[in-house]
Design a binder for this molecule. Structure first.
Ligand code: C2E
Ligand code: MG
Ligand code: MG
Length: 728
């Protein structure tokens, strides 16, 4: 064994390993270092890639403001490449001194404060347009928490700013429109809480916007309209529907004004319901006008009572109520008697006062629940409802008649008037408004016929009369054209000689189905309808032609009396037509006599006087018919130049030597003679009447004793016979 090789191979390996270990560790360390550097670079690259692809600009600076990093978005916006930007001077050149100062100042601010710094800049970017940028700067800390720089974030808010601007503009527009509109505008949220009002609304309520928003709207709405409003809101809100309603809103002066409110639902751009917007209009004036129009349409201006229209509505309601409550109602038709005379003699003003006073008296007779109306002229109606017997009706009707008959003190004069009342009962007498009205009207006419100042109940017989009336009226219109009329002649005898010198022409109507209809039945209808004018002309012309025929054919002059009713005088201006007709036939005035009634002279007008004078001037005598039945006044006879006086049949009928009618007849004859009038006694049926009248010096007689009214051919035979017998 050699001394130099006293080391084992194992030891050699051990020492070798010891010597190499630091080298190996060093190599491993270098390897690890290289590996972590790569990882760091990889992660940095990854981070940069993420930052570059972010839609916002991001950069890092050191504490002096030098860029250490900028992302691609930032570079794209600015229009520089990253390398250029890292060179601070090129950025500063780009943004200018002013902005550079701002930039450095904001960096300082960021470093000073704890929170991020947020600032705004307007910069022209690569695209050449001015952009609004929002810049956020935050401190950059290292791992030990040391501030080493600034992280900057840049967001292009140009579009957002523009959208905001547009929104502001449109809001300003809306406000301008809302403020300048002539409407009260409000905005409400989804809970129907008001959120805004325009100036006009605030002017209306007299509150500021804040006060109005605090105010409970319920207190401003008229209590009567509140429920309506709530119902309207409720029903439309749920469905998010537009609504229109009218209600009364309290004005700043404390009065309520009528408002027409239009509410429209509001939706966001995304279609979300956001509440309502409404425009309201003050329609108080329109409502007032409507009210006035309604009042004019439903109330009588003079008395303030409901008019015909309103009355019909009320009657309909009352009828329905009676039906439900199983009771009856009475309809009273009140007509003032001879009201026309008051109007004519005292003037329309007094007439109006009388109507006002009369309406008050009627009101005082009925309960508050009873309805009174003025149908027009002197006609009033009363509806007495809730009746269980007729006793009350009679009591009230009697009271109305009594109150109206008491004197009226009008413009310092006492005026007397009475009333006639027709009563009809629902449902007994009729079940329709028109039927009840007709009934009450007929019953009222009945009361008038019975002597006025009384009431009369409707009876079915009146209905028959009314129907007959209507039938006659309809048929009368065609009677002339269809030649259904004929004239009969009744002789008028000279009581001294017994000679027939005159005849009264009396009309006869041969109705095709009803047979002979008495003039007493159709003349009043002809008078009321005005048909008497046409019929009267027909009578006159026929009678004149007949006189002419007898003159020409037999050489006999017979004086024919023609009845002319007051209506004929009233509707005509003069009598020249008839006179001309007589002349055209070559007849004299004396061939005709006009019979008038006392009623005509009671209400004389200028025209009536003129017509009477025209007859006198044409030598046509005038005869006063039915003397003693009306307001007989001998003064009239004198005043109007009357030639004959016909004592009415009602006197002749009861003549006996000592009767009062005898005394009256004698008196009339004496007085008439004194006034230069000749007297004709009507209705002589007996020889006794004949003799008594003759003895009383009556000039002429007419009656069945001598002859009934007979057709023309029979009359001429009678006349010739009479002439012969008188001659013998
Ligand atoms: P009046 O003008 O008073 O005519 C006389 C009426 O008495 C006639 O009735 C005649 O028939 C009737 N009379 C004549 N003598 C007697 C008698 O002795 N006893 C009875 N009980 N009656 C007698 P009449 O023809 O029915 O006419 C009725 C009324 O109708 C007339 O009354 C007259 O007011 C009216 N009247 C008739 N014809 C016309 C006409 O053409 N025009 C107008 N406006 N009225 C007429
Ligand atoms: Mg007559
Ligand atoms: Mg007569």
């Amino acid at each position: 064994m050699t001394p130099y090789l006293d080391i084992s191979y194992a030891e050699v390996f051990k020492y070798l390993l010891l010597a190499l270990t630091p080298l190996l560790l060093c190599a491993y360390w270098i390897y690890s270092l290289k590996k972590s550097e790569k990882a760091r670079k990889d992660s940095e690259l990854k981070l940069h890639a993420i930052l570059d692809s972010a839609p916002i600009g991001i950069w890092l600076t050191d504490l002096e403001g030098n860029f250490t990093f900028v992302n691609q978005t930032y570079c794209d916006a600015i229009g520089l490449i990253q390398k250029q930007l890292i060179d601070t001077s090129s950025l500063m050149a780009l943004i200018g001194q002013m902005k550079k100062d701002n930039c450095l100042a904001s960096n300082q601010a960021c470093l000073r404060q704890n929170e991020p710094y947020i600032g705004h800049e307007s910069i022209i970017l690569k695209d050449g347009k001015l952009h609004d940028l929002e810049i956020t700067k935050t401190k950059l800390l290292d791992s030990s928490g040391e501030v080493v720089g600034i992280i900057g974030i840049l967001v292009d808010i140009t579009e957002r700013k523009q959208a905001e601007l547009k929104l502001k503009q449109s809001e300003a527009h809306f406000r301008f429109i809302a403020e300048s509109a002539q409407a009260l505008i409000w905005v409400a949220d989804t809970q129907m809480q008001y959120t805004w009002f325009n100036k006009m609304w605030l002017d209306f309520t007299g509150r500021s916007l804040e006060q109005e928003l605090e105010h409970n709207w319920v207190e401003s709405v008229h209590p009567d309209d509140l429920q309506n409003c709530k119902d309207c809101f409720a029903s439309h809100f749920e469905q998010q529907q537009a609504f229109t309603m009218e209600y009364r809103l309290k004005h700043r002066d404390g009065t309520y004004h009528w408002i027409l409110d239009n509410g429209t639902p509001r939706f966001s751009l995304g279609g979300k319901f956001e509440g309502y917007i409404g425009s309201s209009f003050d329609i108080t004036e329109r409502k007032k006008d409507e009210g006035i129009i309604w009042k004019q349409a439903n109330y009588d201006e003079l008395t303030g009572l409901p008019n015909r229209r309103m009355f019909q509505d009320r009657l309909e309601l009352e009828m329905a109520k009676s039906h439900r409550e199983k009771c009856s109602l009475a309809l009273l038709f009140i007509d003032l008697d001879r009201f026309k005379a008051v109007n004519d003699t005292l003037g329309h003003e007094v007439g109006d006062l009388l109507l006002i006073e009369a309406s008050k008296r009627i009101i005082s007779c009925v309960r508050e629940t009873d309805a009174i109306a003025r149908l027009g002229g002197d006609e009033f109606t009363v509806i007495l409802s809730g009746l269980h017997d007729t006793l009350n009706t009679e009591r009230i009707t009697g009271l109305i008649i009594k109150k109206l008959s008491q004197p009226f003190n009008l413009v310092e004069q006492e005026v007397y008037i009475t009333a006639s009342i027709g009563i009809t009962l629902f449902p007994n007498d009729g079940e329709s408004i028109s039927q009840l009205l007709k009934n009450a009207d007929q019953a009222m006419y009945r009361a008038k016929k019975l002597g006025r100042n009384r009431f009369s109940y409707f009876t079915p017989a009146m209905q028959d009369t009314a129907q007959k009336y209507l039938q006659i009226l309809t048929d009368l219109r065609s009677a002339i054209a269809e030649q259904q009329f004929q004239l009969h002649y009744q002789p008028i005898v000279d009581l001294t000689t017994g000679q027939i010198l005159k005849a009264e022409a009396l009309i006869r109507w041969y109705h095709p189905s009803m047979g002979l209809i008495s003039p007493a039945d159709f003349i009043p209808i002809a008078e009321e309808s005005g048909l008497i004018i046409e019929i009267g002309d027909w009578v006159f012309k026929n009678a004149a032609q007949q006189a002419k025929y007898w003159l020409d054919t037999y050489g006999l002059t017979i004086q024919i009396s023609i009845n002319k009713s007051p209506v004929q005088f009233q509707s005509s201006e003069d009598s020249t037509n008839w006179i001309k007709y007589l002349n055209s036939l070559g007849l004299l005035g004396e061939n005709i006599v006009i019979e008038i009634t006392e009623g005509l002279l009671m209400e004389t007008t200028e025209s009536i006087v003129r017509q009477l004078l025209q007859f006198r001037d044409a030598h046509i005598p005038v005869s006063m018919d039915d003397f003693g039945t009306g307001y007989s006044s001998l003064a009239y006879l004198n005043k109007f130049d009357i030639d004959f006086l016909k004592i009415d049949r009602s006197f002749t009928r009861n003549l006996s030597p000592d009767s009062s009618d005898m005394v009256l007849s004698e008196a009339i004859i004496v007085m008439a003679h004194k006034l230069g009038l000749k007297v004709i006694a009507e209705g002589i049926e007996t020889e006794e009447q004949h003799q008594l009248l003759k003895a009383a010096d009556c000039d002429y007689g007419q009656g069945y004793l001598f002859s009934r009214p007979i057709p023309a051919d029979e009359f001429i035979k009678l006349l010739i016979q009479n002439n012969d017998s008188v001659a013998n």
